[in-house]
Ligand binder design. Structure first.
Ligand code: ZN
Ligand code: ZN
Length: 464
């Protein structure tokens, strides 16, 4: 009988909260420790519980810095985890800014609600900036393609570029005992021809258990090029009527991709000469991490080769101070405002929605995935009014979705990744998707010849 089990403690039956526990011969390795996002009370409950003892964990392997994969690491540190956290160098550096920001947002949202007498238990911060700092002390960085020992566990691991965001990785995990399974965790799989980021490369070798994301197993995205053309068309049209273009965006990844696209459009004179505000201290810091890691940029792209200052342009203004952000409330004339959070759950985008979301002159451009029960999803579905900070707000702005900017592989790209993957794949687990996408991913895997495919539920354990 195999001595190895996997328990799915997040992103099981849903997208967020990525967290999978591998237990083998009394050793425990956690793949990701992400935050749940969505309905406040339910996600707070899921985030606050640690269904295993963090002190009993031997190591964490982190696929990438997105908060739905990394955002519970500070909570683990707060609750006594002090083992190594293995990640790529860019993921380590991005986590320094992402996790500090996650702590900061929780603390400031709590204070905001407290002032208004609306701070329930579900608004209480899960951890502080000091807990986020502890995480950085535990980080061990490993470049792509180089195996490393997961100390004390008898496992060796290696990262390949998942092509999703800067530093994102798929993980291959191999035990050194006879009969130990080889486990591959896809992390979030990116797209081919995404700007800045290299194309996804799947791990090689036979696989006993594959844990694979399913976000867009049902969808076909437009191409990155068509997304950029659509963005250009929207900016031209809304600027002509004097409106503002609000783009809620993940500070990490999507924002840099948008800056890159707008930079290209400005270079080609395809959009008018209007200011572009990146209203996010986190995006400012994350962009700095991009500047630190050109070694993993995709140098097959002309803009990457020709432009030393890829993420800078005279029209692009990075805003850090709250006072400068508030000044945007009274801003006259057309402008692009990019602000976090990507699913409009928190952050400065909420203030821009309050100030600019009601005018039909303006546009809200949705460029990222909107999970169920988030404000972003409600606005995407055309709900009006919506609740922001507990108050009903009218949404009069035009709401437009651009799909091509997804950082996630679509159904054809997921299949392409699978075909690149080492063989044979004995069994697979579909995670990180809404129920119908998980079923669609299961079907793709079966069509690609994987004999046994499961869709785990939250907390379900499998022997492998
Ligand atoms: Zn991600
Ligand atoms: Zn994810």
């Amino acid at each position: 009988m195999s001595q190895t089990t996997i328990t799915f403690w997040g992103a099981a039956g849903q997208v967020t909260g990525s967290c999978h526990l591998v237990e083998s011969h009394g050793r425990r390795i956690l793949l990701d420790a992400g935050l749940f996002q969505g309905r406040r009370q339910e996600s707070h409950r899921l985030n606050a519980e640690t269904p295993f003892d963090p002190r009993q964990l031997d190591a964490v392997i982190l696929s990438h810095a997105h908060i739905d994969h990394s955002g519970r690491l500070p909570l683990l540190a707060k609750r006594g985890f002090d083992g190594p956290i293995h990640a790529t160098p860019a993921t380590r550096d991005l986590c320094a800014v992402m996790l500090a920001d996650s702590a900061h947002i929780q603390e400031s949202d709590f204070r905001y609600l407290q002032k208004r007498g609306r701070a329930g238990a579900e608004a209480e911060p899960l951890y502080t900036a000091a807990d986020a700092l502890k995480v950085q002390e535990l980080m061990h960085a490993h470049p792509y393609g180089r195996s490393f020992h997961v100390d004390g566990t008898g496992y060796t691991a290696s990262f390949t570029d998942a092509g999703h965001i800067l530093g994102s990785a798929s993980v291959a995990l191999q035990g050194d005992r006879d009969g130990d399974p080889r486990i591959v965790f896809s992390g979030d799989i990116g797209r081919w021809e995404q700007p800045i980021i290299r194309d996804p490369s799947a791990p090689r070798g036979p696989i006993d258990a594959l844990i694979i994301e399913s976000t867009y197993a049902l969808r076909s995205h437009g191409t990155v090029r068509s997304a950029s053309e659509m963005l250009g068309e929207i900016v031209r049209r809304v600027a002509r009527r004097g409106g503002k273009i609000l783009i809620p965006s993940f500070a990490l990844g999507r924002t840099q991709e948008l800056v890159y696209a707008l930079h290209e459009l400005l270079r080609e004179d395809a959009i008018p000469d209007i200011p572009i505000y990146i209203d996010s201290p986190l995006a400012f810091a994350a962009t700095d991490v991009f500047r630190m890691h050109p070694e993993i940029f995709d140098r097959t792209e002309p803009l990457v080769r020709e432009e030393a200052h890829l993420l800078d342009h005279p029209n692009v203004h990075y805003i850090r101070d709250v006072a400068d952000s508030k000044r945007l409330n009274g801003l006259g004339g057309p402008a692009v405002i990019i602000a976090a959070s990507g699913m409009m759950e928190s952050g400065r985008i909420l203030h821009h929605l309050i100030n600019h979301g009601d005018s039909p002159k303006n546009a809200i451009v949705i460029v990222g995935f909107q999970a169920e029960h988030t404000l972003g999803r409600r606005i995407l579905e055309g709900r009006d009014p919506v609740r922001i900070y507990g108050e009903e707000r009218h949404i009069g702005a035009e709401v437009i979705t651009i799909n091509g900017y997804s950082a996630h592989a679509d159904k054809d790209e997921l299949r392409r990744w699978l075909r690149d993957l080492g063989r044979p794949v004995h069994r697979a687990f579909c995670v990180h998707g809404e129920p119908d996408s998980l079923e669609a991913m299961k079907k793709i895997l079966e069509e690609e010849g994987v004999p046994r495919v499961d869709v785990p539920t939250h907390g379900e354990t499998f022997e492998i």
